[in-house]
Ligand binder design. Structure first.
Ligand code: AMP
Length: 195
């Protein structure tokens, strides 16, 4: 089993790439953002707890997200691999994630970090707003806040994986296919190393 953290700021292309990678390699893909949006839509207690937080572009509480991840890990113990998209997003989430993984006799193999300049992110998120229907894409202030939150709270998560020699930066600009090819190259090298 190979566990991959797909990392990068909002608008970096994590969701698009995670979907393509999971199809190519037969991996499962979990986006904590998608799970939370589903909970909001269904009006669950978790959803009610985070609706306004998400609409402001802030982060959901660590305990809530860690609960989602633990449920996921327990129910996906037997598969070729997992892609974690949008998680972990704080240093505390990263540390607690390792505890959860260890409890389930698993580990993270690699963090693939998509690198995209800010101006490009804003451009992409505004475009995405036209099709995504996401309230947090529709407002430029919320977009900017999400990028700020990423810089203040999330970017440091890369250091956590770098310290474990699990960090691989990947150029996130260019065509979707070019970025995909770079990600595949990195994954193929991890697979070869594990074989
Ligand atoms: P995303 O779909 O990854 O852009 O996430 C959308 C929103 O969901 C974020 O702005 C947060 O409000 C919330 N969210 C998703 N993943 C996390 C996480 N790992 N920690 C905290 N909040 C999260």
């Amino acid at each position: 089993m190979i566990n991959i953290v797909l990392f990068g700021p909002p608008g970096a292309g994590k969701g698009t790439q995670a979907k393509m990678l999971s199809e190519k390699y037969g991996f499962n893909h979990i986006s904590t953002g998608d799970v939370i949006r589903g909970e909001i839509q269904r009006g669950t207690s978790r959803g009610l707890q985070v609706k306004e937080i998400m609409e402001r572009g802030e982060l959901a509480p660590d305990e809530l997200v860690l609960g989602i991840i633990e449920e996921y890990i327990k129910s996906h113990s037997d598969c070729a691999g997992n892609i974690f998209d949008g998680f972990p997003r704080t240093s505390n989430q990263a540390k607690e994630f390792d505890v959860i993984l260890e409890r389930n006799r698993q580990t993270i193999d690699v963090m693939l970090a998509l690198e995209v300049p800010d101006e490009e992110l804003v451009k992409r998120l505004k475009l995405r707003a036209e099709v995504s229907g996401r309230p947090d894409d529709a407002d430029e202030n919320v977009i900017n806040n999400r990028i700020e939150v990423y810089k203040k709270q999330t970017a440091v998560v890369a250091d956590y994986y770098e310290a474990q020699s699990k960090y691989i930066p990947v150029k996130g600009t260019g065509t979707i296919e070019e970025v995909f090819a770079s990600l595949c190259k990195a994954i193929d090298s991890i697979i070869a190393r594990k074989a």
